[in-house]
Design a protein around this ligand. Structure first.
Ligand code: NAP
Length: 493
């Protein structure tokens, strides 16, 4: 298969992609079709990869199915040891994996390396958790019985990941699955398959038995998705991406009552209360992190910034000043804080949100425009005078656009924050203890950041309520999503 050698600048180990030439060894055979991967900062072609479809997906599922009983039969310690080796290889290759990520996704190199460390942290966490799968015994209601519960791996898991965190999403899904004794077939996003490929090449070096981890590259997710959902050998689908695609996959899984874990879209509120000793500087710091990390392209990005009237003007002044300082450009430039958006659709979406807000009375305080014609860069933008009927307040923008809403009533703001179909992440800044508890409990979200703009951690359960998803990733709870509970009842004792 003619693979264009990936044109990643600054690679220390260009042979990292060596194993990609031997894709069948990673679990699949490949056909004749190919697709290209672009650098969003330059528009240049980075690599050409085999474009796989139903046939290759089925072959990968067959391999995973054959390998699963053997993988599950290993001791927890043996599975853990291989995960540890993979973790170490990823740590050792952080610089190169970060460079690949920046080249194909655009995020600044420091952010990309931090994502690789985060991915490695999931592998470490689940290498440890692999040894901590417990069942239970139950006090039986009669003396001649013994009742207990054992935990077993679900089986083959189909996983589909998005482009915005193309390394950590892979690790966050497949490390608990592997720790539990499941085997996996992964389809990474079309725009960012290279870092997943490099991670799989390292998995191969770590010594996973043949067929345990399988990679399917595809330019169109739907055919692969239909096979993963429709093939009875796959017992679970784990998906991170948009709510729209999550809904479709859930529908496709319903015929076989297939289990699903879904990490979907959000519309995160970020609320700043004007408590007596409000720390506006800290709130500005948190808002910069929660809004502009990864150019606003995170599922937990602050989408609606509610600022109480007592601190509104001070917050806006300080925030706009900080946003003007954010440098936009190629992620390989160390001065750059904001890289390109992933593609032209993302640019068009942010422009439409700004146009709609301005038409309805919103004010552009800074930014508002594309930058240049090479690459997909957009100025970090702040809008004030936002109200709930504007699109920007209702939909996830997924870009570097902060929409600020001035509010007075503390109870009303929680009601407005909850007035969405989404329920992934929410943030608020407050110092009054009673308010902190009341608001934290009233927000209808899976995760709430209190006086912080950043909360993702391998040690914590990440996930949403309402139409933001089903299940949790990370923490001990993340392992449970890949285990079945079996009740054993022993009679005649
Ligand atoms: P997306 O369009 O849903 O794509 C995500 C993945 O699904 C990609 O691998 C894509 O493949 C695949 N896909 C697309 N259509 C499919 C179909 N019909 N059947 C099967 N697979 C299909 O989402 P995105 O635009 O890449 O990612 C952004 C969204 O993800 C945002 O809404 C964000 O909030 C959400 N997200 C959520 C979390 C979380 O943990 N909750 C984390 C990160 C992102 P192709 O690339 O080949 O189309």
């Amino acid at each position: 298969m003619p693979l264009l050698p990936p044109l990643i600048p600054h690679l220390k180990s260009p042979d990292l992609f060596g194993d990609l030439d031997r894709l069948p060894a990673l679990g699949t055979s490949v056909g004749e079709r190919t697709f290209v991967v672009l650098n969003p900062s330059t528009g240049e072609v980075l690599a050409e990869l085999p474009d796989m479809g139903v046939e290759e997906t089925r072959a990968a599922i067959d391999k995973a199915y054959m390998a699963q009983p053997g993988w599950a039969a290993l001791t927890a310690r043996e599975r853990s040891d291989i995960l540890w080796r993979w973790h170490q290889l990823i740590v050792d290759h952080t610089d190169d994996l970060g460079a690949i990520l920046t080249a194909e996704m655009g995020k600044p190199l420091a952010e990309a390396k931090s994502e690789i460390s985060h991915a490695a942290a999931y592998l470490q966490w689940y290498a440890e958790e692999a040894n901590r799968i417990y069942g239970e015994t139950i006090s039986a209601p009669s003396t001649d019985r013994r009742m207990l519960v054992i935990k077993q791996p679900i089986g083959v898991v189909g996983t589909i990941t998005p482009w915005n965190f193309p390394a950590s999403m892979v690790a966050r899904k497949i490390s608990p699955a592997l720790a539990a004794g499941c085997t996996i077939v992964l389809k990474p996003a079309e725009q960012t398959p290279l870092v997943a490929g490099a991670m799989f090449a390292l998995a191969h070096q770590a010594g996973f038995p043949d067929g345990v981890v399988n990679l399917v590259y595809a330019s169109e997710g739907d055919a692969v998705g239909r096979e993963l959902c429709g093939n009875p050998k796959v017992r679970k689908i784990s998906f991170t991406g948009s709510t729209e695609v999550g809904r479709l996959l859930m529908r496709q899984c319903s015929d076989q009552i297939k289990k699903v874990s879904l990490e979907l879209g959000g519309n995160a509120p970020f609320i700043v209360f004007d408590d007596a000793d409000a720390d506006v500087d800290a709130a500005v710091d948190g808002a910069i992190q929660a809004k502009f990390r990864n150019a606003g392209q995170t599922c937990v990005s602050a989408n609606r910034l509610y600022v109480q009237s007592g601190v509104h003007d001070e917050f806006v002044d300080k925030f706009v000043k900080r946003v003007r300082q954010l440098q936009v450009g190629d992620g390989f430039d160390p001065a750059v804080a904001i890289g390109p958006l992933i593609d032209q659709h993302a640019l068009a979406k942010i422009e439409s949100h700004i146009a709609d807000a301005v038409e309805k009375g919103g004010i552009v305080r800074c930014g508002g425009n594309r930058i240049g014609t090479r690459g997909t860069f957009f100025q970090p933008t702040v809008l004030t005078g936002i109200s709930s009927e504007m699109t920007v307040a209702q939909e996830e923008t997924f870009g570097p656009l902060a929409a600020i809403i001035n509010f007075d009533d503390a109870d009303q703001v929680v009601h407005e924050a909850n007035d969405t179909i989404y329920g992934l992440a929410a943030y608020f800044y407050a110092s009054n203890l009673k308010r902190v508890w009341r608001v934290a409990e009233a927000l209808e979200y899976g995760m709430v950041g209190i006086n912080t703009g950043r909360m993702s951690s391998e040690a914590a359960p990440f996930g949403g309520v309402k139409q933001s998803g089903i299940g949790r990733e990370g923490s001990r709870h993340g392992l449970e999503d890949y285990l079945e509970m079996k009740y054993l009842c022993m009679g005649g004792i």
